[in-house]
Design a protein around this ligand. Sequence first.
Ligand SMILES: Nc1ncnc2c1ncn2[C@@H]1O[C@H](COP(=O)(O)OP(=O)(O)OP(=O)(O)O)[C@@H](O)[C@H]1O
Length: 251
Amino acid sequence: MSDPLLKIVGLRKHFGAVRACHNLSLEICTGETHALIGPNGAGKTTLLNLLSGDLKPDAGQIFLDNRDITRVPLYHRAHLGLARSYQITSIFPQLSVEENLLLAIQAHSGHSFRFWKKAVSDPQLRRELEPALERVGLEHRARDRAAALSHGEKKQLEVGMALACNPRVLFLDEPMAGMGPGGSVELGKLIAGLKQQMTIVLVEHDVEAIFSLADRITVLVYGEIVVTGTADEIRSSAAVREAYLGEEEPC
Ligand SMILES: Nc1ncnc2c1ncn2[C@@H]1O[C@H](COP(=O)(O)OP(=O)(O)OP(=O)(O)O)[C@@H](O)[C@H]1O
């Protein structure tokens, strides 16, 4: 395994009596696809929120390339190369697919939102549009309103928007949620392609997808790590079986 790109040390986030993240330490290596799994309420989304900067921890530290980013605000983390696609779609339904992507490209290129009108015709931004559309397989939908996309295509667009800042680390929160089998196959292919280009931290309930996509998997229960390992190690782990007691398969 290569050097850690993200290092999490003693991270803690409690909500009253709920220990959503409890003294958690973990290293995410450069280039790996790392999945977070665990039963409902295990703290997967909380950990993603802490890493992306959506939440502030009560204690602990997060390092990116040995730099302490624990107190770095959300918007600044994007400039450092951390990007996130959310569980709930964050696209603009009334805008076209290309307008959504242009907006994301513009936001990350340092331009002000006040100049949005210019973005559609800005040749420099438009040059970045074609590869951005291709990257998520939405060239044929460029002029369609985002509201008209299928659920899977919306997810593809959302990932495309997160990719606009050319991230080093992409956080994906349940990308397959609400997707039919066809949609998850498409999105699985998209993520498999991205795997070669960046580090990915993925929260997902689709076990098949996780086992085929993830290089390593961390199992969380009650805000703590039960085990981290490869798909084979997770499958054969007695600790995981115990953590999921009563459940046939990890979810
Ligand atoms: N903003 C909040 N305020 C209070 N409690 C919260 C908040 N966010 C999360 N929690 C609690 O923290 C615990 C962990 O929640 P979290 O959403 O991180 O779990 P999860 O593993 O992502 O669950 P799921 O698989 O159901 O999405 C849960 O008990 C949840 O109710």
